[in-house]
Design a protein around this ligand. Structure first.
Ligand code: BV8
Ligand code: ZN
Length: 254
């Protein structure tokens, strides 16, 4: 499918390209998105309420089990063509800033480096109290969703928590500042697989539009766009991004 030539040209000739991803970029790897219904033990919970410090304090095994379930799933899946195309795009432009809301490592496993993780990482647990990093000892053998007691911190004995940013918690300042600066200074911004609901990350595409960049949203659901430089490319990231990469290569070769 021929993508809008304005978008192909903007990416192919970008001096600074920003790629901003949400859970949708990992969907075709088999990772449920954040708004997919939760399963099993967590099925009657709203992720917004489960991904909070209050939920963890109230029931540490319920929340820790949810993250261990997701970690185990992640270890069994692979990056998909969307992650791979993003890693390839890095070689096509002078500068690419990758910003992700995801807590998985699929971008890194696809070959991308230096991704700004605005919401932390499921692979960097730390003590809830003293923040001492915790090193996982293996993977829980979970054949079904279950609550798991979080391990005790080796320094103070308090429960270890997932290394992610929960609702109500501040985003990492360095990453957030770098992400805002990139959005305000790029000439092309690709927003991939995000429902654009969670703040402050959802500000990024808005900042790029306001700064006059070309902006394209890749999502199976049409995204409301405004002005002549913002596009909604309706489709799955795993098929649209490889097509975009091919058309950018053709543009650059012509
Ligand atoms: C903070 C880690 C302040 C945990 C996550 C302003 C207004 C209203 C509310 C707020 C506001 N400012 C702050 C808030 C509160 C809150 C918030 O935004 N609430 C919203 C929901 C109303 N924000 C916060 O609490 C943030 N903190 O602001 O703190 C502060 C300041 C100083 C000091 C103290 C406090 C913290 C937010 C971070 C929360 N943590 N993740 C975990 O993962 O368990 S967010 C979580 O949602 C995930 O990271 C996920 O990535 C993220 C966003 O969701 P998406 O990535 O968009 O995924 P989603 O499932 O929603 O959508 C998937 C999309 O993919 C869909 O559009 C779908 O169509 C598409 N898709 C599906 N398949 C494909 C596809 N696309 C392409 N290809 C496909 N194949
Ligand atoms: Zn501790």
């Amino acid at each position: 499918m021929q993508l809008p030539k304005e978008v192909v040209k903007a990416v192919a000739e970008a001096k600074h390209l920003v790629v901003f991803t949400g859970a949708g970029v990992s969907a075709e790897s088999g990772m449920p998105t954040f708004r997919d219904a939760l399963t099993g033990l967590w099925s009657n919970f709203d992720p917004m309420r489960l991904a909070t410090p209050e939920a963890f304090l109230q029931d540490p095994p319920l929340v820790w089990g949810w993250y261990e379930w997701r970690r185990q799933l992640l270890l069994a899946i692979e990056p998909n063509p969307a992650h791979l195309a993003i890693a390839q795009l890095t070689k096509k432009v002078p500068k690419l800033t990758l910003i992700t809301q995801n807590v998985d490592d699929l971008h890194e496993r696809a070959g991308s480096q230096g991704a700004l993780h605005l919401h932390g990482s499921i692979f960097e647990p730390r003590c809830f109290t003293c923040a001492k990093p915790y090193v996982f000892e293996g993977v829980p053998a979970m054949d079904e969703e279950q609550a798991i007691t979080p391990p005790p911190c080796k320094a103070c004995g308090d429960p270890v928590r997932p290394g992610v940013v929960w609702f109500g918690e501040a985003l990492p300042e360095t990453e957030l500042d770098a992400a805002f600066a990139a959005a305000e200074n790029c000439d092309c911004f690709l927003s991939i697989g995000t429902s654009g609901v969670v703040q402050p990350a959802a500000q990024l595409p808005v900042l790029a539009v306001e700064a006059g960049a070309w902006v394209a949203h890749i999502n199976p659901e049409a995204i409301d766009v405004e002005g002549s430089k913002e596009f909604s490319l309706v489709g799955k990231a795993g098929s649209l991004l490889p097509q975009l990469l091919k058309q950018v290569e053709a543009w650059q070769a012509s």
